[in-house]
Ligand binder design. Structure first.
Ligand SMILES: [Fe+2]
Ligand SMILES: [Fe+2]
Length: 227
């Protein structure tokens, strides 16, 4: 990233100037110059430059790895949002209250993930990207097809999270992503179980006129990905 290069250069230059100020200050004392104004000025410059150098150093710490982690987390966020959307959409169109309840439960879990991921993005200094899935228009499909769709979504999420775990070594990140992956693996197992055991896989779902309300994640302030 060009910015990081430039910021590092700036930091080095500040550091060099700071050394020059110290050198001047040393000479000022050594040569017994009695000018209080110069002394004060040198002290001010030293303090100011030291302050800038340490501030820019902190900025640089938002480095390339963090930048790519934020990009990655925003990819995760996109999948979570697809999950929230789809699970809730089908839950609201399914007549069987038990199956609808299961789907709602998955949707709530994806909502929790979205919240955690968005907060992590913010913690890293990034901006959570809200990428709403395309509006799902009128759609007719069987329970089996719907569950197959979810199975694909869960696998996609697990694969993405595993790629992230391989790519980024930060222990806090590993732990964070690892926990979400465990949930997705659990979802996958449950969806597979439903695919084997659900009593009427051929029943048709008519997901029409669907309007999603995101009441799963508490107050609006708890949904940082919505601007
Ligand atoms: Fe999730
Ligand atoms: Fe999931």
């Amino acid at each position: 990233m060009k910015f990081n290069q430039s910021a590092r250069f700036l930091k080095d230059e500040l550091q060099k100037s700071l050394e020059k100020v110290k050198e001047s200050f040393g000479l000022f004392k050594k040569e017994g110059i009695k000018n209080y104004e110069i002394k004060e000025l040198l002290e001010d410059i030293e303090k100011g430059l030291g302050n800038y150098a340490s501030k820019i150093d902190k900025l640089i710490q938002f480095d390339e790895e963090k930048y790519t982690i934020v990009q990655f987390l925003n990819e995760v966020l996109k999948l979570e949002y697809n999950g929230i959307w789809d699970y809730n959409m089908y839950a609201s169109s399914i007549k069987d209250p038990v199956l609808a309840g299961d789907l709602k439960k998955f949707g709530a879990s994806e909502g929790m993930h979205a919240l955690l991921v968005a907060n992590m993005v913010k913690k890293l200094g990034g901006t959570p990207q809200f990428n709403p899935p395309e509006y799902r228009k009128k759609k007719k499909l069987s329970v089996k097809e719907m569950l197959e769709e979810h199975k694909k979504g869960e696998i996609e999420a697990i694969e993405l999270l595993e790629r992230g775990m391989k790519k980024f070594s930060d222990p806090e990140f590993q732990y964070f992503i690892g926990k979400i992956r465990l949930d997705e693996q659990e979802h996958l197992k449950e969806v597979e179980k439903l695919l084997k055991e659900y009593k009427d896989l051929q029943a048709m779902i008519d997901a029409t006129d669907y309007r999603w309300r995101d009441d799963y994640a508490g107050d609006e302030k708890d949904r940082p990905w919505i601007e």
